[in-house]
Design a protein around this ligand. Structure first.
Ligand code: FAD
Length: 303
């Protein structure tokens, strides 16, 4: 059995693993995709003390740092159940059951979907969620970005350098992105921003996306845009479905933690984007991972 088993291999999980391993206790990490959201990130300029880096570089650094310690790293393994018996059990999708005295949940979050007709059908055929991964596929073509928050406007700025034209569709009457991003997007000649637009359908020709339909909420009229790609940027969903029957979650599915990273299940700690922390960032999730590991260590020496 492990002393600390970390579920998730993003910045929160990596930090938790390193902090635990540095205590000389038996530490494991199970991760569906090591690196987490950082793997999908290009420019990172807010990782304090490193002026600029990118996702793949940071992920390589995380992995090297984790493997510098005596940590069992189990990649491409998904946890499907957490249950408290004598020890805490984590069941994997492949049926294996791992046991540990304490757990740190660091399963992060993923992009929210639009839930309109055509979205599922045209996923990877024009409907995309990661501009950094799929942007180049739409070189010279027309695209849309759904959502006018930071991620939507960042995506629009990013895509504008690759594609022919980007239309941003925002549901409400104002953009929620930071001013500096909005200014930048508005300064680009091939970016159009439409507010009060509700996307209603993804259009396609069976093979790939050909456009989208939206309702102009000012007039109630339905409008059509001809496009090759649609980038959906409307928020993050915590990866906590497998915890919903066992651990307290918020309405939005975030794991509820206290200042020590404790969850509602004794011996189970959590950190990062999967939790109810207000801000979701790399440096914040790393700090939270460290807190959760120290919380777990504290728990171990008291029990
Ligand atoms: P994640 O990075 O989401 O990692 C979760 C981990 O858990 C992954 O390894 C995943 O595979 C694993 N996992 C999930 N479910 C399971 C399961 N059931 N079993 C096992 N493993 C599981 N932040 C910044 O600070 N600066 C930026 O510039 C920045 N840019 C971003 C750009 C993009 C495109 C994205 C998507 C995010 C960006 N962020 C940025 C946010 C930052 O990436 C996240 O806040 C951070 O990665 C959260 O870390 P985490 O470890 O909590 O979760």
């Amino acid at each position: 059995a492990y002393d600390v088993l970390v579920v998730g291999g993003g910045p929160a999980g990596a930090a938790a693993a390193i902090y635990a391993a540095r205590k000389g206790i038996r530490t494991g990490v199970v991760a569906e995709r090591f690196g987490g959201q950082v793997s999908d990130t290009m420019a990172i300029e807010n990782f304090i003390s490193v002026k600029a880096t990118d996702g793949p570089k940071l992920v390589a650094g995380l992995e090297q740092h984790v493997l510098d310690y005596d940590v069992d790293l189990m990649k491409t393994q998904k946890a499907v159940r957490v249950e408290k018996k004598d020890l805490i059990e984590v069941e994997l999708e492949n049926g294996a059951v791992l046991k540990s005295k304490t757990i740190v949940l660091a399963t992060g979050a993923r992009w929210r979907e639009m839930n309109v007709p055509g979205e599922q059908e045209y996923k990877n055929k024009g409907v995309a969620y990661c501009p950094h991964c799929d942007g180049p596929l739409f070189k010279g073509k027309k695209t849309a970005v759904i959502g006018g928050g930071n991620s939507g406007i960042e995506a629009a700025i990013d895509l504008a350098g690759l594609v022919e034209h980007v239309t941003v569709l925002e549901f409400s009457d104002t953009l929620r992105a930071d001013d500096v991003l909005v200014k930048k997007a508005k300064s680009l000649p091939n970016v159009t921003i439409i507010t009060e637009a509700q996307t209603t359908e993804v259009l396609g020709n069976e093979e790939h996306v050909t456009g989208l339909q939206y309702t102009d909420r000012k007039t109630g009229e339905s409008q059509t845009l001809e496009l090759a790609g649609i980038f959906v940027q409307i928020g993050l969903v915590p990866n906590s479905e497998f915890l919903k029957d066992t651990i307290e979650l918020t309405e939005r599915g975030e794991v509820v933690i206290d200042s020590h990273g404790r969850t509602s299940m004794e011996g189970v700690f959590a950190a990062g984007d999967v939790t109810n922390v207000p801000y979701k960032q790399i440096i914040i999730s790393m700090g939270a991972g460290a807190t959760a590991a120290l919380g777990a260590f504290d728990h171990l020496i008291r029990n």
